[in-house]
Write a protein that binds this ligand. Structure first.
Ligand code: IPD
Ligand code: CA
Length: 305
């Protein structure tokens, strides 16, 4: 981090202790994003050092929900980097929370209801752990910062392609420092590349099957890449038109939600309602034409909502 960022970080610390109602300034947002990038790159280096595949040390909510020794190591690295600069900020990482949707939902609810700081870091140390286990270059950290419950900074760093996706609230979205937008499609479902989850949970798996059957004949193609963070980053830069999933945790989506909206896309719940950090169902799109509404209609008609 530069000296300038360090002094801005000091300012954030001071303000944080003063219980004020101000929003982070652009300089403060920049300091947050720079620390998020630095932390993500450290975790990315660990991922790359183990990119050939990793041993499963635990199965979490069910037999398909995998954990390796590297996931908590990446989380600790991110946490150490963040808290060294911002010791008073609060931190929620996937590996701190017991397995399962209920525990994930309670964890973010508890943080939003009574956090020790206005600033909450929401971190998935390796999104796409199954890909990581199998040596697929589709796994990465996802790091977001919420201020008073609203995501204000987000970074998704793909270490396999050395691509840093970053966004700040009101400041736009970037790929390796260049502004990105959600693409140039005209919002026609027939031309859309739609990404979906292939999640471990039984109910969300059933919803994915309903969705794939309904959408596949209507769109250009469907992709299931196994990392929510990657699919959101790719909607933000226009490589994918839409990504939806039935049940995700806050750390899977927080950074990507900001990236998509700052890149000009739409991000809502699966009934089209406004999204917030407590919501688990999501759809992200380029926001062009009526693509968002059209895909939602197809999903809702088969009971995915
Ligand atoms: C998973 C990935 C996957 C999604 C699952 C998530 P993890 O996160 O984002 O794409 O379908 O629902 O749990 O477990 O690899 O961090
Ligand atoms: Ca994840």
């Amino acid at each position: 981090m530069s000296t300038n960022s360090a002094s801005i970080a000091d300012t954030i610390q001071e303000e944080d202790g003063e219980a004020n109602n101000t929003k982070p300034t652009p300089e403060e947002l920049e300091a947050l994003v720079q620390v998020a990038i630095a932390a993500s790159k450290k975790a990315g280096n660990i991922i790359m050092g183990n990119a050939g595949g990793a041993e499963v040390t635990e199965r979490k909510a069910n037999s398909r929900d995998l954990l390796t020794l590297i996931d908590p190591l990446c989380e600790q690295t991110i946490r150490d980097t963040v808290l060294t600069t911002f010791p008073d900020h609060d931190f929620l990482g996937e590996e701190d929370v017991p397995p399962g949707a209920e525990a994930s939902a309670s964890a973010i609810d508890a943080k939003l209801s009574g956090s020790s700081s206005d600033y909450l870091w929401i971190v998935d140390p390796i999104d796409g752990t199954t890909n990581f286990v199998h040596g697929m270059p589709l796994c990465m950290p996802s790091v977001a910062v919420a201020h008073k419950g609203v995501v204000v900074a987000g970074v998704i760093y793909d270490p396999h392609h050395d691509e840093v996706f970053s966004a700040t609230l009101g400041g736009g979205a970037f790929l390796n420092g260049k502004a990105i937008t959600t693409g140039t499609d005209d919002g026609t479902i027939g031309d859309a590349v739609i990404a979906m989850g292939s999640p471990p949970g039984v109910e969300s798996l059933q919803m994915s099957l309903l969705g794939v059957q309904a959408l596949m004949p209507l769109c250009r193609t469907i992709r299931m890449l196994g990392s929510a963070a990657l699919m959101l980053a790719w909607v933000a830069c226009g490589r994918l038109t839409v990504y939806w999933e039935y049940d995700l945790s806050s750390w899977d989506m927080a950074a990507g939600a900001l990236l998509v909206t700052e890149a000009g896309g739409k991000f809502t719940g699966l009934s089209g309602e406004a999204w917030d950090l407590r919501k688990r169902k999501m759809i992200a799109s380029s926001g062009r034409g009526t693509i968002h509404e059209d895909v939602l209609k197809v999903l809702n008609e088969v009971g995915v909502k």
